[in-house]
Ligand binder design. Sequence first.
Ligand SMILES: Nc1ncnc2c1ncn2[C@@H]1O[C@H](COP(=O)(O)OP(=O)(O)OP(=O)(O)O)[C@@H](O)[C@H]1O
Length: 448
Amino acid sequence: MNKAHALVVDDEADILDLLKITLGRMDVQATTAMTVAEAKTALQARRYDLCLTDMNLPDGSGIDLVRFIVERHPDLPVAMITAHGSMESAVAAMKAGAFDFVSKPVDLQLLRRLVGSALKLRTHGGAAEARTESGTRLLGDSPKVEEIRRLVAKLARNQAPVFITGESGTGKELAARLIHAQGPRAEGDFVAVNCGAIPQELVESELFGHKKGSFTGAVADKEGLFQAAEGGTLFLDEVADLPLPAQVKLLRAIQEKSVRPVGAQQELAVDVRIISASHRDLNEEVEKGRFRQDLFYRINVIEMRMPALREHPQDIPALAARIMERIARQHADREAMRLSEEAVEALARHPFPGNVRELENVLERATALCDGSIIGAHDLYLPQTEAQVAVGSHADPEVPLEDYLGEIERHAILKALDDTRWNRTAAAKKLGMTLRALRYRLAKLGIE
Ligand SMILES: Nc1ncnc2c1ncn2[C@@H]1O[C@H](COP(=O)(O)OP(=O)(O)OP(=O)(O)O)[C@@H](O)[C@H]1O
C-alpha cells in the first residue's frame, strides 16, 4: 500500500510543525493548510487518507470544512482538533460527520491511535457486508432494514458515540456488534455489559476496575470493562439503569478518554468506542431526573432507532427461513424441519411484541415440540391476542368446551412463559398459580 498522506489544517504554525513531525514518525506524509480556503484547494490537488482540522480557522469554522469533506469527499476520514474541555465542539463536529476528535494540548498517544484508526479505514473501505464474530448478519430486505444496514456501514467508519434505541429484541446488540465488526476497531474486543445487571455498589469497580484493598473484598487489582475493551468497543446495554454516581464517572471517562480505577491515584488513558442502548426513552429519564442530561448529550451524539418487527412484517418469512436454517445446523443430528405455508402465513400475521427474539423463541419451541418434519401453524402455539381468543374457536359449536378451555389455558401459559423468557417461577407468579400447579398444567398440555 502507498505511503499514507494526511491533510493537516491549523492556523498555528507551531502546531502544524508538531503534527507534521508526529505523523512523519508514523510514516504518514502531511500536507498543511492554515485556512479553510487553503484546505479546499489542497483537497482538489490530490487524494488524502486522513484530514485533521482545527476548530477555529481564520476564514471559517472547522465544522464547515467537515461538512465540505463529508459532501465532496465522503470517503476521507476527518478528525477535529478541539480546544481543551470543549466537548460541545467535539460533539458538534461528530454530528457534522467527523469520525473522531482530539483535544488540545494534543496528547500524542491519543493522536497516534486516532491516526491508526483512520488509516485502518483504508483497508476496511468497501468491505463486504458486516457479520459479527459468530457470523450473524442483519437479515431483511425491507426499506427499514436497508436503512439500518446503510447506517451501520456509515457509523462503522467513525468513532462517535452511538445510542441505539428500540424495543426489546429488535437487534440493538446485533447492530452494535456489526458497527464494531465492520469498522477499524474490529481487531479489538467488543465488550458488552448489561448496566442493569450489575449490583449498584459494584458498578464503578466493574466499569473502571479497582486497586487491591480499595474496599472490603477487593483482594487483588482488577481490570475494569473499559480497560478490557481497549482498542475496541464497549457496549453499554440498558444504560438508563446506571446509578447516578456511576453516570458522573462515565461522563468523565468519555470526556477525558481516561478512567481512574477505584482506589487508584492515577488516571489511565483509554481508547474505547462507546455504543450504548436502552429500550427506555432517555429523554423521559432525563426529565424525571434519573439520567444526567450532560451524559445523555454525550452518549447520544448519533442516535439509531431499531424498528419493531411489526414495522417491517414483510421480512418475517425470510427471517423465519434463516432462523430455521440456523436451528437445523445446531441440531445436525436430527431430520431438518421446515415450515408449512400456513405456518409462514400465521407468522407473517402475528404482531410479535417481543420482536425478532420472540420469532426465534417461537421457532425454537416449535422445532422442539413438533413430532413430524413439517411445522404447521398450530405447532407454533402463537400466543393469540385476547380479542382473537374471545372470538376464536368458541364460536364453533363443534369444538368441545374442554378443548376450547384447554386452548385458552395453553395460550395464557405460553404467553406468560414467553413474557418471562421461560422462567417458570416468574411465569407461575404472573399467572397467579403455584410453580407446582404450573408444572402440572405444562405436563397435562404436553408443553414440556
Ligand atoms: N434483522 C435481524 N437479522 C437477524 N437477526 C436478528 C435481527 N434482529 C434481531 N436479530 C436477532 O434477534 C435476537 C435479539 O437481538 P438483540 O439481542 O440484538 O436485541 P436487543 O434489542 O439488544 O434486545 P434487548 O433489548 O432485550 O437486549 C438476537 O439473536 C439477534 O441476532
